[in-house]
Design a protein around this ligand. Structure first.
Ligand code: AMP
Length: 248
């Protein structure tokens, strides 16, 4: 079985994003970029399935600028076997990414497409669901546990207040949640080896996908500045304050 793992290049999660002065978006100039953290979890899960003998090949794919090659090399250094870069100049919306992934899946026939539950850049949480709909295949989103058995995959999903278990017939789409696993660091020898692994470059046109945006971002703004807190002497004073505010 092949596993397709879409990985997105996003602002590193340790970086505090700066909003552009004209409110048109987030300033990406000279900002450290990394693999979307949920996608690292997806790569890790795919590698674990391969190590357990449940998968033969892991293909990482990224839709983005030429620099997304670095993200793909990270996936290869972690343990993916080969990579596909679908090169674009601008940010591509989830629907177009899903259409590109559908076309790649039609060529590669993966048993599983393992995506992150959301990218921390746009917080869309859409691509996996859209892909499942376009491919007319089952989806197990927000995966906390993934178990492959024969031609089915059992996914424990994180839902409000607990876990839901679903059994999907493969090919299937899985999106990863935070607690699924702890991704490994790529070792130096593996980083060196990854440089020799195959990385194919394509364009959206190769898959006949129109990536023209359907959405217009009208404004991006900083969150409101948090007000300073206030210290109270004791619990009675706290309760009195809360009562005065009408919240107790
Ligand atoms: P989103 O729907 O944008 O929140 O993204 C959900 C998941 O879809 C991500 O965690 C990735 O696995 C995948 N994805 C979204 N955009 C891209 C992209 N440009 N390239 C590769 N994978 C992507």
């Amino acid at each position: 079985m092949k596993i397709l793992v879409p990985v997105k290049r996003v602002i590193d999660y340790n970086v505090k994003p700066r909003v552009k002065a004209d409110g048109s978006g987030v300033d990406l100039a000279n900002v450290k970029m990394s693999m979307n953290p949920f996608d690292e979890i997806a790569v890790e899960e795919a590698i674990r399935l391969k190590e357990a003998g449940k998968a033969e090949e892991i293909i990482a794919v990224s839709v983005g600028p030429a620099k997304a090659q670095e993200t793909l090399r990270t996936a290869l250094a972690m343990g993916a076997d080969r990579a596909i870069l679908v090169e674009t100049d601008e940010e591509v919306e989830p629907l177009a990414v899903a259409k590109i992934l559908k076309a790649i899946a039609a060529e590669e026939n993966p048993g599983l497409v393992m995506l992150g539950k959301q990218s921390i850049s746009d917080d869309s949480n859409q691509t996996g669901q859209m892909l499942a709909a376009l491919m007319e295949r089952p989806q197990g989103t927000f995966a906390n546990t993934v178990e492959v058995d024969g031609d089915s995959v059992t996914v424990k999903r994180e839902i409000d207040g607990g876990l839901e278990t679903v059994k999907l017939t493969m090919p299937a789409i899985v999106t990863t949640d935070l607690r699924l696993n702890e991704p490994r660091y790529a070792s130096l020898p593996n980083i060196m080896k990854a440089k020799k692994k195959p990385l194919d470059t394509k364009t959206p046109a190769d898959f006949g996908v129109d990536i023209a945006p359907r959405l217009t971002t009208t404004n991006v703004s900083e969150p409101p500045v948090r007000q300073a807190g206030e210290k109270v002497e004791d619990v009675d004073a706290l309760v009195a304050k809360l009562k005065a505010l009408g919240v107790a």
